[in-house]
Every structure is written in structure tokens, then in C-alpha cells.
Design a protein around this ligand. Structure first.
Ligand SMILES: N[C@@H](CCC(=O)N[C@@H](CSS)C(=O)NCC(=O)O)C(=O)O
Ligand SMILES: [Fe+2]
Length: 281
């Protein structure tokens, strides 16, 4: 069981999340929270800093989140790419944040994760990935876990389908957490598309923002409601969905033979072993 800043919650019914707290919350915006992606949406939270970063070769989004109301400004990165680690760490420094977690939504096939490289540059950072993915990381999480940074947290949802260990990280539900909620969906749900998806993300409130790991057409953010209505794959019945997914005709990912073995070990071939350190990376 993960205990470092992480609290296990038994969630037997993943569809039981309520949007109760949203109804009683005032609506206000702050420039502190301005991001390209969120600028056209209501974004009523004073604590969360969110930046959506892009790696163009693999069309991957990396997300930087921080609790900027907390004195330490603790931060985390979701799906960092090895090629853009220096850019991401510069931004963390410029914003005066303390990076504590480097997180993957799944074992990527199209790029090498930056989590291992980040740990060589900022050794206090802990890497996180799904227990079900069978990859190495400092902390292995599963559905119901919470990843805390300052007074904010991400809830872990299992969204297998694209890979067996795919996770979606959802901002916490509660009076002090950002509203509407945001779901960082990895490749399980893309905007108007999907990797190889399940349907658990759609049990979230319709106004929940969707932040995927990739976009191939220039979209940056969507909502659960929009995808339920307009996603051309997930609005079909099961037979049609299967037929669409079997006929995508996507090329074999260029990086897959390099990326997958490396991503099983945080993106590093030979991890530096520190004395007294058992196996973590
Ligand atoms: N051409 C790219 C790989 C593109 C690809 O296969 N994307 C994956 C997500 S990355 S594992 C996917 O599921 N795409 C769904 C879609 O509809 O595009 C490469 O060679 O790397
Ligand atoms: Fe993927």
C-alpha cells in the first residue's frame, strides 16, 4: 500500500462520484490559473496552477500541476517526455515550484518517458505509475489511491483498454479542490477519439475537463459532456465501435520497440544505484 502523500480509499463503485460540491461553489477566475487550454473555460480555483505543455514529435501533452497557495508550491508532472525534460524543469524553476512527483498515465509506446531522467536531475522526485502496468517506479498506484500535492490531490481511476495499466488522474472532489474537475486521461480518451478505451471516464460529471495525453489535430481540452455527445467512436454501439477500432489502420508506432522496454524502467537503460537504495527509479 502506498503511504507517501497517498491515501488509499476503497472505491467499489467508480460511478458514484457526485458533483454536489460544484453546486455550492462561487464562480470566479484568477490570472494565476490562466493557461492556453483553460482560458476559454470557466476555471474557478485559486490554488491550482495548470500548464499544458506539448512535445511535437509524438504529439504528446505533458501537464504541470501545482498547489500555488501552499508555501512550498508542491508540483507534479503528468506524462513528461525525455526530449522535453529540460524545458519542463526550467519552467518548474521559473515558477518557483517544488517538483515532488513525475507521473505516467501508462507505459507509452510512442515516446520515452521523462520520469527517470527527471529523477537524475532532481533526485527527491518520486516516479509514479500503475501497479497493473508491471513497470518500475517509486510508487505503484491503483484505483482509489490519492496523490496529494499540498492541499490538492489527484484521484486515481483505472481506465484499462489502451493498455492494461492505463490510469486516469482526476482532480479531487471536495470544497477546497478545483471545480469543475479535470481528468488527465492519457490515451484512454482523446478529444473526439480514443486510444483503446473503456467507458469509466464517462461516469464523471459532464462539466469535467478532459486533458488527454495526445492530440493529432490541434485540440487542447474538452469536457466529458462534449465527448459523450460528439466523440465519433464512443457514440457508436459496440459492434460499430469494434469495427472502427479494427480499421484504424494506424502505422506501427515508430518508437515502440525502443520506447516500451525503456518505459518499463522509467525511460533509463541503466539506473544509477545509490548506496542503501533498494531498487527504485
Ligand atoms: N504515428 C505515431 C503513433 C500514433 C498512435 O498510434 N497513437 C496512439 C496513442 S500513442 S500509443 C493511439 O492510440 N492513437 C489513436 C488514434 O486514433 O490516433 C507513431 O508512430 O508514434
Ligand atoms: Fe499510449
Amino acid at each position: 500500500m502506498i503511504r507517501i502523500n497517498t491515501l488509499r480509499l476503497p472505491l467499489s463503485n467508480l460511478s458514484s462520484f457526485s458533483s454536489q460540491s460544484q453546486k455550492s461553489r462561487p464562480s470566479y477566475c484568477t490570472m494565476m490559473n490562466y493557461t492556453k487550454a483553460a482560458s476559454s473555460q470557466a476555471f474557478n480555483n485559486k490554488k491550482l496552477l495548470l500548464r499544458q505543455l506539448f512535445e511535437k514529435e509524438s504529439s504528446t501533452y505533458t501537464y504541470l500541476l501545482a498547489d500555488v497557495a501552499h508555501p512550498d508550491k508542491p508540483a507534479l508532472l503528468i506524462d513528461p517526455v525525455d526530449k522535453t525534460v529540460d524545458r519542463d524543469l526550467s519552467l518548474v524553476r521559473e515558477l518557483g515550484l517544488k517538483l515532488i512527483y513525475a507521473i505516467n498515465t501508462h507505459v507509452h509506446a510512442d515516446h520515452v518517458t521523462g520520469t527517470g531522467l527527471i529523477k537524475t536531475k532532481v533526485p527527491s522526485v518520486k516516479s509514479i505509475i500503475s501497479k497493473a502496468g508491471k513497470a518500475k517506479a517509486d510508487l505503484l498506484v491503483e484505483a482509489g489511491d490519492q496523490i496529494h500535492f499540498g492541499d490538492l490531490f489527484l484521484e486515481v481511476r483505472a481506465t484499462p483498454g489502451h493498455t492494461p495499466g492505463c490510469l486516469t488522474y482526476v482532480t479531487g472532489d471536495g470544497p477546497d479542490q478545483p471545480q469543475p474537475r479535470m481528468a488527465f486521461t492519457g490515451d484512454a480518451l482523446l478529444i473526439r477519439g480514443c486510444g483503446r478505451t473503456d467507458f469509466q471516464i464517462f461516469s464523471l460529471p459532464k462539466e469535467t475537463f478532459i486533458y488527454p495525453a495526445h492530440d493529432y489535430r490541434g485540440f487542447t481540452v474538452s469536457t466529458v459532456g462534449e465527448e459523450m455527445q460528439y466523440n465519433p467512436r464512443l457514440t457508436k454501439d459496440e459492434e460499430m465501435f469494434k469495427s472502427i477500432m479494427e480499421n484504424l489502420n494506424l502505422p506501427y508506432p515508430k518508437m515502440i520497440d525502443i520506447a516500451v522496454p525503456l518505459n518499463m524502467v522509467c525511460g533509463l537503460q541503466d539506473l544509477p544505484v545509490k548506496p542503501g537504495d533498494a531498487s527504485s527509479n
